[in-house]
Design a protein around this ligand. Sequence first.
Ligand SMILES: [Zn+2]
Length: 103
Amino acid sequence: MKKNCNDVTQQIEHVMAMSERMCREVDTLLDMWCGIMRDWRKTNDPDPETNLKPCPFCAGKADLGMTNDGLHYVFCDWCGLQAPGQYRADQAIDCWNQRHGEI
Ligand SMILES: [Zn+2]
């Protein structure tokens, strides 16, 4: 009986140690991720493939979409922010890429 008790205690200690290790690893990963996001937010350059700037709110990746009425619009893949629909795709891209105070 006593041995069983010790086994369980050992198992719990083992699991606790594993959890602590995992927490540390998650912390490290989060730090890395935050660092990447910070660096990314510094660059407001358009994506070379889509020519779309990152989302002004969350710095998420933007994509081009089309409404049922055939209007082109740009939206953020991450937070869902959406720019007004435009007749042409290049107008939709210009509309999205326009930032207050920029020339
Ligand atoms: Zn966004």
